[in-house]
Design a protein around this ligand. Structure first.
Ligand code: HEM
Length: 497
């Protein structure tokens, strides 16, 4: 359904709804607000907007600033791919240019223009992005996967003997930070304080500025160290790239990469684990071998993209999108969450999207996420290794007690409490060993794990994470009773495949 063309800016007035009209409670122009009590369930709100306006809908941001929300899959793709018509440079946004959006607007951190590749376009975007992608290309994927595995082992060691954990605060929020500190070349900065600071800075609490400063100081120290003496890590390659990034540019791109990677990947891990734990179809397919962990991760990227929306794109000229008249200077919300649920491409939301990677979770066009392989690797290896260590892991609360913290940009699971039979620690330099489950609480097993007792092994004492992890022998050939699937997965994992 397509509504009459509307305009967000220009001469069109915002008449209030007549008394008694159901639109009362909405904002000016009877438009829906994407914030406040109206927006407690943004997913439902997007569906009402789709119903009312079609694939591009007018809505209101904080302070009732108008913004188009792009709800259609094809329209979102058109938005990100049409760089001659739409830009990420907010300086042309009419409400910002005319002073309607004040410097203290709550979404300013997302909106304010910064000298980073996300906001640049044309030659400047190419210069900055070339340095970022070239530095990413130097990351060796096999050793990256080994690091992810070692960090997963280390994190699971912290709680495996207790039989209980919160997989959001004790796992999903830690693993991406540990891996990103390794990639950037500042392993010494990874600790609980750094995880807390990043979480706090993104939440926008009263201590957000202080936390942001804490992270930025670490990135400044790193930039100065690598400028003085480059090594073989992401930061050094950024510093020495022929694009000639200044110290400020290096630091700002380290911030972009660290926060984008941390937030998105923490969300992806939490979402994927939640799906595995609560959706019986997922469990059955994983345990039956009809679905691999990477496929489960991809399904999660369709159903719950880690960034629900990206603020924002801006029209460089008058144009039309999804039947709406877009004026030069209008803002448009790129919206993977409703775009991935577009009924034109997913008439049946319960149907599996296996083998189809055309979701919008990583954006598209010139700004498409350059770190997607790293995000996928963290999620694939992390989830696989965790489930290998804790095959009997189960949700430790009724499913309807799980809660989310939502903002326009993303939706975070607050906690994912789980329980399992306590397990001994394992050597973090070794691939995860599936532990026997004496009395599984359910028939579910990840992959093709055996349920009969494993041969008695004395678990090695927990060792500190080696950096880099020493090559370890491939585990001895399995006994005939073991099914082949799990060992093949283990060998593949250990070889970094
Ligand atoms: C599952 C994890 C991730 C998701 C879902 C994700 C998603 C996204 C999205 C939606 C964008 C914006 C695209 C646009 O503006 O059209 C983006 C941009 C970006 N992401 Fe990711 N990301 C993830 C992980 C990462 C990682 C691990 C890194 C770095 C190692 C990274 C680095 C970046 C950078 C540098 C940009 C800006 C690119 C540009 O504007 O040219 N992301 N990401």
């Amino acid at each position: 359904m397509t509504s009459e063309p509307t305009s967000l800016t220009g001469t069109d007035p915002f008449p209030g709804p007549p008394p008694g009209c159901p639109a009362h409670g909405r904002g000016p122009g009877a438009l829906h607000r994407l914030y406040g009590p109206d927006a407690e369930e943004l997913g439902d709100l997007y569906e009402s907007l789709r119903e009312e306006h079609g694939s591009v809908a007018p809505a209101l941001l904080h302070d009732d600033v108008p913004m188009w929300v792009v709800l259609g899959h094809a329209e979102n793709l058109h938005l990100v791919r049409s760089s001659s018509v739409f830009t990420r440079d907010s300086r042309i946004w009419t409400p910002l240019a005319d002073g309607t959006v004040k410097p203290d607007h709550p979404l300013m951190p997302h909106i304010a223009w910064q000298p980073i590749c996300s906001h640049a376009e044309g030659d400047e975007h190419q210069r900055l992005r070339a340095a970022v992608t070239a530095a990413m290309e130097t990351i060796e994927h096999r050793s990256l996967r080994r690091h992810i595995g070692s960090y997963t082992q280390e994190l699971v060691n912290r709680f495996c003997e207790r039989g209980r954990a919160d997989l959001v605060s004790q796992f999903a929020e830690h693993l991406p930070m540990a891996v990103m500190c390794e990639i950037l070349g500042m392993t010494e900065e990874y600790n609980d304080r750094m995880v807390q600071a990043a979480r706090d800075a993104l939440k926008g609490t009263e201590t957000a500025i202080q936390s942001h400063t804490y992270v930025m100081e670490a990135l400044s120290r790193l930039t100065a160290r690598r400028r003085a003496q480059p090594e073989d890590d992401f930061t050094s390659h950024l510093v020495t790239h022929p694009a000639g990034l200044s110290d400020d540019e290096v630091r700002e791109h380290l911030r972009l990469v660290l926060f984008a990677a941390y937030e998105a990947t923490a969300n992806l891990l939490a979402n994927a684990l939640r799906m595995v734990l609560t959706e019986p179809g997922f469990r059955a397919q994983l345990s039956g071998g009809q679905m691999t962990v990477p496929e489960a991760i991809e399904q999660s990227l369709w159903d719950e993209p880690p960034f629900s929306t990206v603020l924002a794109y801006y029209a460089k000229q008058d144009t039309e999108l999804g039947g709406q008249r877009i004026r030069k200077g209008d803002g448009l919300l790129f919206a993977p969450a409703p775009g991935n649920l577009d009924p034109r491409i997913r008439p049946d939301l319960s149907a599996s999207m296996q083998g189809n990677r055309s979701h919008l979770a990583f954006g598209g066009g010139p700004h498409e996420c350059p770190g997607q392989d790293i995000g996928r690797a963290i999620a694939d290896v992390g989830v696989d290794a965790l489930l290998m260590r804790l095959p009997d892991v189960q949700l430790d609360c009724p499913e309807d007690e799980l809660s989310w913290r939502s903002s326009i940009a993303s939706r975070h699971l607050v906690a994912l409490p789980v329980r399992f039979e306590p397990k001994p620690q394992q050597d973090v330099g070794m691939p995860p060993r599936p532990m026997a489950v004496s009395a599984p609480r359910s028939g579910w097993q990840v992959g093709t794990l055996r349920t009969d007792p494993a041969p008695a092994t004395t678990p090695p004492p927990a060792a500190p994470r080696p950096a880099p992890p020493a090559p370890a022998p491939v585990p001895a050939a399995p006994e005939p009773v073991r099914k082949r699937g799990v060992w093949q997965r283990l060998l593949r994992w250990w070889r970094g495949e």
